[in-house]
Design a protein around this ligand. Sequence first.
Ligand code: SF4
Length: 108
Amino acid sequence: MSQINRRVVLLVPVAAGLAGLHAPPACAAFKRVEETEPKATAIGYRHDSTRVDPARYPKHNADQKCLNCLAWAPEKPADEWGECDLMSDRLVHRIGWCSSYKKPKRKA
Ligand code: SF4
């Protein structure tokens, strides 16, 4: 192996690793959704599932939270805020809720 090829083999993975350290997490660019935003009000989103109006959403129950919704997609399981498939460029709170809540199917 020539000296140049050896440098490429050794330095490319190092450079790629450093670039990865400085790359922002995928959701870092997203803002937290506000409950008053039209995209949130349209689906009755609340930051806290216990604050959902039972008169308006009679099928809601307090066990339903973003963290156990099919659309919840945080970077890390313990993240307080995470992406939701419905709120394309916003983050939702892990104990939040909206009327599009979807319980994941259990494996048999
Ligand atoms: S779809 Fe699910 S994760 Fe998204 S806001 Fe509604 S309850 Fe939360």
